[in-house]
Design a protein around this ligand. Structure first.
Ligand SMILES: [Zn+2]
Length: 368
């Protein structure tokens, strides 16, 4: 049964000793039974509450009720008890808060011997990586980087690049047109750009000569996806226009670029070709990086691999930007363009272009 403060009939030292001992025993027992912070609060209030706490009761029942001659003795004992109760309450608080902070520490314990969590680092996609490598080779030669829209008008994609009105590239078999534009004039019809070359025109409209730009970007063709074709792929285009630019400058620039990309051992050769916006035009071939020119399956036993198209800018193209200082009588220039996927495939020996777009981490990790 819980301790209650008794009324004292007898204020003799022996009776007082007995009453004090009972009280202290109760104090010790109750203090020992405290297990939590809530227990401690109850304990504190039971003993020390101003209103009806045990100390208050002791004060009322023992000290105030004591007859005159005993007051001094009783007062001394009550003061002593007050100090002992305060001490017991304080000690109990330390014990409980100590044990709860210990519990907190226990719950927040970190096992420093566990292995760490390895964050998975991303890496450049092989196509983007190759594209950046190509761009950086030309940046080092003083070219600036230009970009253009992927949705173009017929004017920028074909007309200003000297494509004749009925050129087969304008056929819907080859080019993806935006639907429902039959009422528009041909030059205003929107399409997904089929090459990065329209950016040549944008760049020359923005900036008078001299100009040196390299243009990385995504292009679209109405091709069915197979091992070597994709309806979306990437190109890097280049354009240099200045006074007295010759075909030798073109050859020197591209020869340097191919050596920077594939190693100083590669040789280049230029084969006559045709593009509507360059005259003369050439295909650039480099010595096979697998067999070094001896002939293998990759180069179809020829020892050479065709890598890009190029040529001197056709004076007919300059006519479209004549107002911005591109007078074909005074300036000349060259342009080139290459397919980034094709170069990446050749560089890493990849035989299926679709692997680039399937998002298979096992494939992509090999390039990280
Ligand atoms: Zn070869």
């Amino acid at each position: 049964m819980a301790y209650t403060v008794p009324k004292l009939d007898d204020y003799s030292p022996a009776s007082l000793d007995k009453a004090v001992q009972e009280l202290l025993t109760a104090l010790r027992q109750e203090a020992d039974a405290i297990g939590s912070e809530n227990d401690w609060k109850e304990f504190r209030d039971r003993w020390m509450a101003r209103k009806n706490g045990i100390l208050t009761q002791v004060n009322d029942l023992w000290l105030k009720a004591a007859p005159g001659p005993s007051k001094r003795d009783v007062g001394g004992r009550v003061n002593q008890l007050k100090g002992q109760v305060e001490q017991a309450v304080e000690a109990a608080q330390q014990r409980t808060s100590g044990s709860s902070s210990k519990a907190r520490l226990e719950s927040e314990r970190i096992d420093i011997t566990l292995p760490g969590i390895h964050p998975v680092l991303g890496a450049e996609h092989p196509v983007i990586k190759t594209m950046n490598e190509i761009v950086n080779v030309f940046r080092a030669m003083g070219y600036s980087v230009a970009e253009g829209p992927e949705i173009e008008t017929d004017y920028f994609n074909f007309e200003a690049l000297n494509f004749p009105p009925n050129h087969p590239a304008r056929d819907t078999q080859d080019t993806l047109f935006v639907a429902g534009q039959e009422k528009k004039q041909q030059r205003d019809r929107l399409l997904l750009r089929t090459h990065t070359s329209p950016v040549q025109i944008h760049a020359m409209e923005k900036q008078p000569p001299p100009i040196r730009v390299v243009v990385p970007g995504k292009v679209h063709r109405a091709d069915t996806a197979d091992a070597t074709h994709s309806p979306i792929f990437h190109q890097v285009e280049g354009l240099a226009v200045d006074t007295n630019i010759t075909f030798s400058d073109l050859k020197g620039t591209l020869d340097h670029a191919m050596k920077a990309l594939f190693g100083s051992n590669v040789k280049t050769r230029f084969y006559p070709s045709f593009f509507p916006f360059t005259e003369p035009s050439a295909d650039v071939q480099v010595t096979c990086f697998k067999c070094g020119g001896k002939g293998c399956r990759l180069c179809k036993m020829s020892g050479w691999i065709e890598l890009l198209g190029c040529g001197m800018v056709d004076p007919g193209v300059f006519k479209f930007v004549e107002k911005n200082g591109y007078d074909a009588q005074k300036i000349s220039g060259f342009a080139f363009g290459m397919g980034v996927e094709r170069i990446t495939m050749l560089k890493y020996g990849i035989d299926d272009i679709q692997l680039f777009y399937q998002g298979d981490v096992r494939f992509l990790q090999q390039f990280a």
